[in-house]
Design a protein around this ligand. Structure first.
Ligand code: HXC
Ligand code: NAP
Length: 295
């Protein structure tokens, strides 16, 4: 058997042949990496976001390797009409769309009391409204045309824990999980699946500049924060995304898969702080604890 290589696509070539995927925020970061992996497996991809310049640059780069397979479309997902227009243009160009990846997001760290109500709206509107706009527009198109599509949303692990200092994002992402779980049941009758990936830290320019600026980056070392001791590699996330949108995952719906090297569990377990105890200290500790038993 061939040894697995985490740098490569795990699915067989052609696994996504004939799939047309709409990736929101597909011009940068994880959206760009997922787009590249989908293309490698045979899909065509529409990438949509606000900054046409970024989209065009990514499309030019990827179209060189996969001619005619990437369509960049400017779209602010907060505006339902723009989303509907994007879906219509994508269908006109590729003939259909059968996968939506809700990847676009907005986020930044801030004590909540420092936020204006407009700042709160801005993040929730991108994350939650943008995701339900996209899901509603594509869902209506799928149901009208009898297409058994699927939606993959990129969430976060704080969908189920909440998180201080990114409260608008936490509210928005929790809503995206609720959307995923609710529609997984409601739209199963149409053969539509909805799932989510909750990533831990995967370095991207967009996230790092807004969430881990230099002044505080030392507080967030993977050695301390992530039990597996490192950040995620984009290929690890894109492999999971390829699987979840493919027919190999045809029985999976309403699921959120965490991919975080154990990060959130480390924050949750009451005694996980004991990871910081050096192994040579355990002999002493054991003696003390045993003594305590007989007192
Ligand atoms: C306080 C802020 C602020 C800050 C903006 N605002 N930045 N308030 N602290 N750092 C306020 C503004 O003053 C304004 O309110 C309101 O928010 C809207 O700001 P705009 O700059 O006009 O908004 P816009 O141009 O739409 O940009 C949206 C954005 C921006 C979210 C602020 O950062 C963006 O475009 N982000 C997209 C990419 C992104 O965020 N990627 C990271 C995703 S990472 P007022 O009251 O002044 O009008 C992620 C991962 C999480 O989600 C998990 C990691 C492990
Ligand atoms: P990123 O590169 O900043 O991606 C965010 C994308 O969203 C950008 O391409 C941006 O493009 C797009 N976008 C923002 N507002 C939009 C709008 N109104 N309409 C359309 N598109 C919009 O950051 P990333 O790290 O790759 O994040 C990708 C996804 O992963 C996000 O959902 C994020 O929450 C999630 N995530 C990331 C991490 C991580 O560690 N990186 C961890 C957990 C979850 P424009 O500016 O051109 O609009």
């Amino acid at each position: 058997m061939e040894k697995s290589d985490s740098k490569n696509n795990m699915l067989r070539e052609g696994s996504l042949d004939d799939q047309v995927v709409l990736v929101t925020g597909g011009g940068t970061g994880l959206g760009k990496s997922m787009t590249a992996s989908f293309l490698e497996l045979g899909a065509s991809v529409i990438i949509a976001s606000r900054k046409l310049e970024n989209l065009q640059k990514t499309a030019d780069e990827l179209n060189e390797q996969f001619p005619g397979k990437v369509l960049p479309l400017q779209c602010d997902i907060r505006d339902y009409d723009q989303v509907e227009e994007t879906v219509a243009k994508g269908v006109e160009y590729f003939g259909k769309i059968n996968v939506l990846v809700n990847n676009a997001a907005g986020n930044f760290i801030s004590p909540t009391e420092r936020l204006s109500h407009r700042a709160f709206d801005t993040v929730v509107d991108i994350v939650l409204k943008g995701s339900y706009n996209s899901t509603l527009a594509i869902g209506k198109y799928w149901i009208e045309n009898g297409i058994k599509g699927n939606v993959l949303s990129i969430t976060t692990t704080y969908t189920f824990t909440g998180s201080a200092y990114v409260v608008p994002s936490a509210c928005g992402k929790a809503g995206v999980l609720a959307l995923t779980q609710s529609l997984a049941v409601e739209w199963a009758q149409y053969g539509i699946r909805l799932n989510a990936i909750a990533p831990g830290p995967f370095p991207t320019k967009g996230a790092w500049t807004r969430l881990f600026p230099n002044e505080i980056s030392s507080l967030f070392s993977p050695d301390k924060k992530v039990p597996l001791g490192r950040f995620g590699e984009h290929r690890e996330l894109t492999n999971l995304a390829c699987y979840m949108i493919s027919d190999y995952a045809a029985f999976m719906t309403g699921e959120q898969i965490v991919l975080d090297g154990g990060e959130w569990l480390q924050g949750a377990g009451q005694f996980n702080f004991l990871r910081q105890v050096p192994s040579e200290m355990w002999d002493e500790l054991e003696k003390t604890v045993r003594k305590g038993k007989s007192e």
